[in-house]
Design a protein. Structure first.
Length: 121
């Protein structure tokens, strides 16, 4: 993973320079720990690791996404935590989803959409 692609943002966003360094370390550790498998990273995970606000963590992850180090994924669950699917675009989530475990259709207004970032390959 070419984490050095984030270096250009250290100059552009000087107030985030130390956080970008920490994000690079975090992503490097995640890549080592989960090599060969898909691993979802949330803004909450990053905010706790870096001790920053989730909004700032989301900003940093969006920089990593821009550099194709992570990929944005919307994971959709029922209210009782049954996984319904994942989508690369929030607008691609249909208004009705099929719940394979119950055979029922679930309205989009009654699902939980979790924004995560998966490590790029």
């Amino acid at each position: 993973m070419e984490l050095n692609r984030l270096d250009k943002y250290k100059k552009k966003f000087k107030e985030f320079s130390a956080n970008i360094n920490s994000l690079q370390q975090y992503l490097s550790g995640q890549k080592r720990n989960y090599a060969g498998s898909s691993h979802a990273i949330s803004a909450h995970d990053v905010s706790e690791f870096l001790n920053i606000r989730e909004l700032d963590a989301l900003f940093l992850l969006s920089l990593a996404e821009k550099e194709r180090l992570v990929n944005r994924v919307y994971k959709v669950f029922t209210e009782d935590d049954t996984f319904l699917g994942e989508f690369t675009d929030n607008t691609a989530i249909p208004k009705k989803l099929h719940n394979d475990s119950t055979g029922e259709t679930v309205d989009r207004d009654h699902v939980i959409v979790d924004l995560v970032f998966e490590l790029g390959t």
